[in-house]
Write a protein that binds this ligand. Structure first.
Ligand code: HEC
Ligand code: HEC
Ligand code: HEC
Ligand code: HEC
Ligand code: HEC
Ligand code: HEC
Length: 459
């Protein structure tokens, strides 16, 4: 009798363990997909309000609008990557909405289709609370990418461990009770460790499964953190003025080098001084076209330049010097100090002659500068524009060492550029080892010219 009870109890406990294991693969994702409100708040609310126009247009009815235009599938493409859809030219609505705001929508490729569907159903069922305070679209406020998935994994792992320990504890108590009842002498010295050991031996299958899932979990976490996400990708610091690349470099087509004018000459591309802005913003002050727009951002440029837009002159101190308060831009890209990188070597027409977008992505669709992601770069490289600029596909996250050397291994050096032969000659004189590699094929990569040598990139 007691034996039977024990057996069914064991079966029961095994079932629980197995169920928990199975569930652990599904719970976080299903939880996530259902919570449209949470997803909306984490990913879209910095720019969108369901029922009011903000930095982005109101989202209620957007799905209906796209569906009515026969672009039901394309709206998901839009959310995944607006500029890619716009550039592909396949969507009429993407073209229509593109110029809605000088702000570019951040691509939301990390969301699954189910998650975006959940957002749309939240937005479409949303009713504004009575006497809601404004607050919508607080402008250029950006939230960090949603990290709740891994957060839920951790909580779940914690619960799993607690349940396991509790189950084992209860089982031990029950075992002792049963043993006592059936007259077997109870070994009170039996420790938790020894019974855990027994449990493992008896339930080796479940234990192995547990170890495997733990290893998988740790592996996915590590991969996600260390390799896929990239430490720097998507980093966008706040800035003193809500400048928009989309408006200036995109819509108005101002050349990158107009503002980043040391890119060809020096190590640094440089960030523009306020005087560069004043070349235009002495005139573009919030009249005419901009009469109905909020000009507080341009007022900040004037404050920095010491310009009085009503008097149309600069404020001078007693010595006749301008009273300035320089704009201090925060850098998004920061390589560690032990790395040497020079823009001139990469962008000057007589050196690598690489387009900025190969390393910075489609900046003409961004608002503030930020570190691009390799997916954005690859998507742009596939567009007609990207191919025209000769961009290549890479796989490693930007700014990592893997990224630098992957390109140095793939990118061919332009053999027709002026001064090339003298330079090669100089470089190869002392390097018979490299010499052999070069003549394996008729292409010359950066690596073959020594672009993988540690000392080239490390001080
Ligand atoms: C950085 C600001 C920003 C974020 C974050 C953002 N959007 Fe947008 N969104 C915009 C802007 C701006 C537009 C208008 C297009 C333009 O001017 O480029 C837009 C347009 C759209 C449109 C097209 C609307 C229409 O009427 O056709 C949809 C749909 C959309 N966004 C969905 C989303 C979803 C879903 C999220 C969150 C997962 C999101 N957006 C996050 C700024 C943003
Ligand atoms: C081969 C890749 C590559 C190319 C091509 C490239 N950049 Fe960069 N850029 C970088 C890296 C790497 C950094 C980070 C440098 C650092 O932190 O020292 C950077 C930093 C910057 C910065 C921050 C300020 C600075 O100078 O450090 C700006 C602005 C910039 N790049 C603009 C441009 C522009 C404009 C072009 C095209 C004319 C361009 N970049 C081409 C890789 C590149
Ligand atoms: C070649 C001329 C030119 C230069 C240089 C220029 N701008 Fe502009 N900027 C414009 C014009 C034109 C507009 C108005 C566009 C419109 O809204 O119709 C504008 C608009 C703006 C706006 C308002 C955007 C909005 O929300 O409507 C800001 C902010 C701004 N510029 C910041 C800057 C900063 C910062 C610099 C320097 C780094 C700069 N601009 C350099 C021409 C220029
Ligand atoms: C009208 C001036 C202007 C033009 C044109 C312009 N930029 Fe910028 N760029 C800025 C300003 C101002 C900043 C600093 C504020 C910010 O991060 O947006 C900046 C920042 C950046 C950054 C981030 C650098 C860092 O590490 O903080 C990159 C990368 C960049 N620009 C690339 C480009 C590329 C590529 C182009 C051409 C497609 C371009 N810019 C055109 C003014 C300009
Ligand atoms: C998109 C491709 C690409 C990426 C990404 C790239 N490089 Fe390069 N790099 C080149 C090319 C092409 C050359 C060769 C220039 C020439 O023709 O001399 C080069 C040359 C160099 C050189 C000079 C090598 C020599 O033989 O003198 C250094 C140093 C360098 N890169 C450092 C870096 C670092 C550091 C990074 C990462 C932060 C990086 N590069 C990322 C393409 C790239
Ligand atoms: C083409 C340029 C390039 C070459 C060649 C290169 N590195 Fe790096 N290395 C980098 C960059 C960029 C980083 C910074 C990556 C980061 O911060 O994630 C880095 C980081 C490192 C780090 C890690 C330090 C840290 O901050 O985490 C070590 C160690 C290192 N390199 C060693 C080497 C050795 C050894 C070689 C020669 C076999 C080498 N590197 C060749 C560009 C290069």
């Amino acid at each position: 009798m007691a034996f039977n009870m024990k057996l069914s109890l064991k079966k029961y406990l095994n079932k629980i363990c197995f169920l928990i294991l199975l569930l652990s693969f599904f719970i976080p994702t299903t939880y996530h997909a259902q919570d449209g409100e949470k997803l909306f708040k984490a990913n879209c609310a910095s720019c969108h309000n369901p029922v009011k126009n903000a930095t982005g247009p109101k989202l209620q009815g957007a799905l209906e609008k796209w569906t009515a235009a026969g672009e039901e599938e394309l709206i998901y493409e839009w959310v995944k990557n607006p500029s890619e859809l716009y550039n592909s030219g396949t969507s009429k609505l993407a073209k229509e909405i593109w110029d809605w705001s000088p702000t570019a929508m951040t691509p939301q490729g990390h969301l699954s289709k189910e998650e975006v569907t959940a957002i749309f159903s939240y937005v479409d069922s949303y009713t504004a609370p009575v006497a809601a305070g404004g607050g919508a679209g607080a402008g250029y406020v950006y939230e960090k990418p949603d990290e709740s998935v891994s957060y839920w994994w951790w909580i779940f792992a914690g619960v799993l461990v607690i349940v396991l320990f509790a189950t084992m504890g209860v089982k031990r108590e029950l075992d002792s009770a049963l043993e006592e009842k059936s007259g077997i002498e109870v070994d009170y010295k039996r420790t938790f460790a020894s019974s855990a050991h027994e449990w493992i031996i008896r339930n080796w299958f479940i234990f192995t499964l547990m170890i495997i899932s733990l290893a998988l979990f740790a592996g996915v976490e590590l991969l996600g953190r260390g390799f896929q996400v990239g430490v720097y990708q998507n980093y966008m610091p706040s800035q003193p003025v809500a400048y928009s690349h989309k408006l200036h470099a995109g819509n108005m087509g101002i050349e990158c080098k107009y503002c980043h004018n040391s890119a060809e000459k020096s190590k640094h591309a440089g960030l523009p001084s306020v005087n560069v802005c004043m070349n235009c913003h002495q005139m573009v002050v919030g009249e005419g076209d901009m009469a109905n727009k909020d000009t507080s951002e341009i007022d900040r440029i004037h404050l920095a330049a010491g310009y009085n837009k009503d008097k149309k002159q600069y404020n001078l101190d007693e010595n006749g010097d301008r009273i300035e308060k320089p704009l201090v831009w925060n850098k998004a890209h920061n390589l560690p100090d032990h790395v040497f990188f020079s823009h001139a070597q990469h962008v000057h027409p007589n050196t690598a002659n690489i387009d900025c977008r190969q390393c910075h992505g489609p900046v003409q669709t961004y608002t503030l500068g930020r570190v691009s992601t390799i997916d954005e770069v690859n998507a742009y490289a596939k567009t007609d524009e990207g191919m025209e600029k000769g961009l290549i596909q890479l796989t490693k996250p930007l700014l990592t060492m893997g990224w630098c050397i992957e390109c140095h291994n793939k990118k061919e050096v332009d053999l027709t550029r002026p001064g090339y032969y003298e330079e090669i000659h100089k470089r190869l004189k002392n390097r018979p080892d490299i010499n052999n590699m070069i003549f394996e094929d008729d292409k010359v990569t950066v690596r073959e010219l020594g672009g993988w040598e540690c000392a080239k990139c490390h001080y």
